[in-house]
Design a protein around this ligand. Sequence first.
Ligand SMILES: [Zn+2]
Length: 181
Amino acid sequence: MSLHEESIKKLYANLNLKSHVLAVILKAHEKVLEYGLSEGKEMAIAIDTITGEVVAKKKSKSSDSVKLDFPPNYKRNKGLVLVHNHPKNSPFSYEDLFSFGKIKFVKSSSVQCHSGVAYNISKGNRNIAIYEETELKLLFVNITRGAKYKNLSFIERVEEFNKIIANKMGWSFEKGGGVNG
Ligand SMILES: [Zn+2]
């Protein structure tokens, strides 16, 4: 499967990244997808937004979560972009959104779905407050199981959840990606 490069790059348009950094990010999208498709599990890669250096990388043994360990010198970085895959093609989970909000130096985070679709959330320069994890989980359950969105598919309901949280937090939320041919 080959990812639609321009559409992935568009997800990062508001970060004004250098082209060599974008190239590393694009590779990360390909890498987590390749691992996901062959193993059915998640992988995460963290990239420095200034240098393009890969500062953390982890292959998970799980199909629905992956936790990165950041190096002790991470504070020297101006900011990181996180890329991880979702074998079941859903957008950000409430756990994803919670850790994104909590970890200040993660400026932007993407989910590469196995369908080719990709999602991105970015903080911009906003100073944000975060929800408690239990609060986010409750919102997730209300939105994905509530009557209001019952005509939508599960993935569309998770998209609604992502948009609502991003909007409240002042984050951008983008959907893009796709495959060639
Ligand atoms: Zn995730």
